[in-house]
Design a protein around this ligand. Sequence first.
Ligand code: SR1
Ligand code: MG
Length: 415
Amino acid sequence: MLTSQGGILMTKYHAFSETEAIEYAKSIPGLFSPHAQLISKEIGDGNLNLIFRIHDETNPEESVIFKQALPYARVVGESWPLTLDRARIEREMLLLEDELAPGFVPKVFGFHQELALTVMEDLSDFLILRKGLVERKEYPNLADHLGEFLARTLFFTSDLFLASGEKKQRVVQFTNPELCKITEDLVFTDPYYDAETNQINPLIAQEVTALWRNQELKTEVQKLKDTFMTRAQGLVHGDLHTGSIMVTEEETRIIDPEFAFYGPIGFDIGAIFANLLLNFAAQESHAPSEEERKNYQTYLLSLIQQTWDKFVAEFTNLWKTHSESESTFFEPYVQDYMQGILQDAIGFAGCKVIRRVVGLAHVWDLDSIEDLSKRAHSERFALAIGEKLIVSRKDITDIVEALLLVRRVKAVEVR
Ligand code: SR1
Ligand code: MG
């Protein structure tokens, strides 16, 4: 908890202005030098919160981030009230992730419960992965980092590692009903009917109507929604898209775990797959030449494969190391467990691809394609990938088969 020397203005909840963020920074002993010339800028471009970057003009290296939850969803406005408890969940999750997978999350310097405000490390030297992918940049360590982060955070919070009572306490600590409801609606429900909040490129109206009529697809999506709502398998980040990953050439940080809750382990993995596939589809329009497109799309699929392979190697190694007897770690069960995670991940990936084309919150990969008919081309391709992954997931036993499926959709859809 932060100890500030501010008065009532600094303790009662209200959304900060840039100037108030400076006043507050000055009131925290030791955060900046007493001679610092502080500059504050609100840089949030996400859907929910305020993000202030505060730096010392006389020493630009000295900087911090203030993240403050708003009592409503920023993307919609005050008509969509939202719990401030998400700031607590995010802070507690960041601290836990830093313990379980050190070095992969921003450092938390302090927290003010009443203000729903977290003071954390400034990652200005990092780039949001989504932006890097749109520019077709490559990151040599990314897949290994993601695989390791996923394996450590998900294994150490699961029943495979925690004592039964401890796990259930964690479930209580990370019960996050309002943010889960957003996912239940925006990922698993609204894209499958003519919901008011959907945002649909008019040029793909025909494909979207076909999706709304597709009973087989909708049945599988509802099964995945049920898994999302009922399977408390591991403590998931809950919104692990490529806007929640920051990168340099060498390093990786995972940010924004405010959607954290106990859910199916495949949910986070599927989110990463989905966002790489959304970029895959967007490259149909972004890449300046056939060769660049081919190379980068191959790179994206290799990222999916390497992330999965690293996840499996780490997760099963942790499981083996920490298992007490052969009654919990033995080959056929391990295989079955890992295949279950893979099939869930593939299904969730499909849902997360479709929601970014049809639902309320889109992704920059597709929305940055200005020409609506080119965007429609990539969106149709994304929808076809999403549908295929969802309905075929139970037939997939290996990540390579999933990637072949994507290749096959490309061969049919993109001519
Ligand atoms: C109203 S919030 C919309 C989306 O933004 C978040 O990042 C989540 O993905 C959520 O579904
Ligand atoms: Mg977020």
